[in-house]
Design a binder for this molecule. Structure first.
Ligand SMILES: NC(=O)c1ccc[n+]([C@@H]2O[C@H](COP(=O)([O-])OP(=O)(O)OC[C@H]3O[C@@H](n4cnc5c(N)ncnc54)[C@H](OP(=O)(O)O)[C@@H]3O)[C@@H](O)[C@H]2O)c1
Length: 165
């Protein structure tokens, strides 16, 4: 195995498609990864996640860091921790997978603003906060993967005055 480990950051990596994507990466033969998994309640979930994903092959590591995309402070703290964690290696792939869809009936304005903050604003903020760590690795380029849905189509039915932004 001659390739250096690729550094992959997954926002929303503790469940659903994000966790499955990490599982698939770890099954890749001949490749090793430094995975930074961002999720809510990281301290509580860390050991179960690492048990679930392990054992890891030599050269591969998984770090679980706190990330709550509802909170600007959490997004900023996550970006700082990621930068400290990856150092000069930078981030090869940033996977912006997290999303929330509130199906329960609640006030439409709060619902849309929560979805907009988590699914859109905070994820774009992460790209900006991590810009110094992107494109600095061995390959001098990084990939940013936005995992999206068709939720935004609902916004056009509601209209800008109700977006609470
Ligand atoms: N499944 C589908 O059919 C489908 C279709 C189209 C698009 N997508 C897109 O695929 C992506 C993953 O969807 P999924 O089906 O895997 O959904 P999911 O199981 O509900 O997973 C959503 C992920 O987002 C995380 N998340 C939610 N709110 C968060 C917050 N405030 N801070 C940090 N993380 C947060 C969740 O973390 P927790 O573990 O803490 O809940 C979870 O890891 C989403 O972007 C979704 O829009 C999915």
């Amino acid at each position: 195995m001659s390739l250096r480990p690729r550094t992959i950051v997954v926002a929303g990596g503790a469940s659903g498609l994000g966790l499955e994507a990490i599982r698939q990466l770890l099954r890749e033969p001949e490749l090793s990864f430094r995975i930074v998994l961002g999720c809510r309640r990281a301290a509580e979930r860390r050991s179960d996640l690492l048990r679930d994903l392990g054992p890891l092959r030599s050269g591969t590591s998984v770090v679980v860091l706190e990330l709550d995309l509802r909170s600007a402070a959490s997004v900023e703290a996550f970006a700082r921790s990621v930068s400290d964690e990856v150092g000069e290696r930078g981030v090869d792939v940033l996977v912006l997978n997290a999303a929330v869809v509130h199906r329960a009936r609640s006030d439409q304005r709060d619902r849309l603003s929560a979805e907009y903050i988590v699914n859109c604003l905070s994820q774009h903020a992460l790209v900006i906060l991590l810009r110094d760590a992107l494109g600095v690795g061995e390959l001098q380029r990084s990939r940013i993967v936005f995992v999206a849905s068709e939720l935004h189509h609902r916004l056009s039915a509601v209209g800008p005055p109700n977006l609470c932004i």
